[in-house]
Design a protein around this ligand. Sequence first.
Ligand SMILES: [Zn+2]
Length: 364
Amino acid sequence: MKPIESLDQLQQMCHISALSGHEEDMIVYMKGEMSRYLSNVRVDRLGNVIAVKEGKSSDGPKVMISAHMDEVGFMVRKIEPSGFIRIARVGGVPEKSLPAQRLVLRGSKGDVLGIIGPKSHHLTPPEERYKVVRINDLYVDIGAHSKAEAEEMGIYPGTPVTYHGFFQEMAGGQIAGKALDNRAGCFVLLQVLRLLADKDSSATIYFVASVQEEFSIRGIVPAAFTINPDIAIGLDVAIACDTPDLNALSDVRFGAGPVISHYTFHGRGTLCGLIPNPKLREYMVETAAQLNIPVQRSVFFGGLYETSFLTLVREGIPAVDMALPVRYTHAPIEVGSLPDMEQLIILLTAAIEGVGPELDLSRG
Ligand SMILES: [Zn+2]
């Protein structure tokens, strides 16, 4: 079976609006797609979608592979008397890429198109032209002439807002899409599930599409507590530094294979990160070598993935972060690399299939 048969699912997911804490449309989508291959699919109280594939024996190892399905965006903070909308950030939204963007406001009466108004260029004084406008000074035009008209459209403080859906294949095996972080991860999760669904695996496999990663990074925690896996594999995007503005930071780039993280750390507020279980990390490297798949080793200071908090669940779950390289993270459109995504799917499928009771993750 091919690692990718079609990009339709990714295209569909890049058009779904699922702000952190408002993942309903992605929950329904992932539950539906997982149910095509596995009968045991449930949604936990927080919204995590969990599909289970039983292993050969009931006392075999339990492997959890997860990808978050929420996305960054905004919440309506205030409606001006004039009908213009003020917004607050949900997750790490870059203010510099916001003016003139299209947004989707998920009003109580349906979706409403919004445009983040950039000051008309002709009337922008020279000293303002190269400045980033702060989020609190930005406004969204939804076509309303008054606050009452905006409310009539079903828009209130608290209305969830995301970037407008987009997906397109580019030249050179690249893909451009809204929220590739982490719809690309969800897509990889679905392909791995499809490829493993009919195979005999010694491990029982839990496929988890998680919530609230872009908000608190901890939405996965209750699911992990319930599953109590022996191994956790996190699936997300890694920052490709092959663009002219970042190439001094790391060698993670398009076309050089799946990314295996050695270190993530985020000091501002969360004070967390993941140094993966060394044996689990090297198991991934060795599996890739057997498959002749190149891998990229990543050290990411300044960010983290949801696996970070799994070290605090129960006895501390051995975890590793796997990713595909993506450019322009958290911008309205991100660009990813298809060949690396394909290799990531092949690697994960083989690695999970190969997990048996003999895999030793002890720390000496
Ligand atoms: Zn992510």
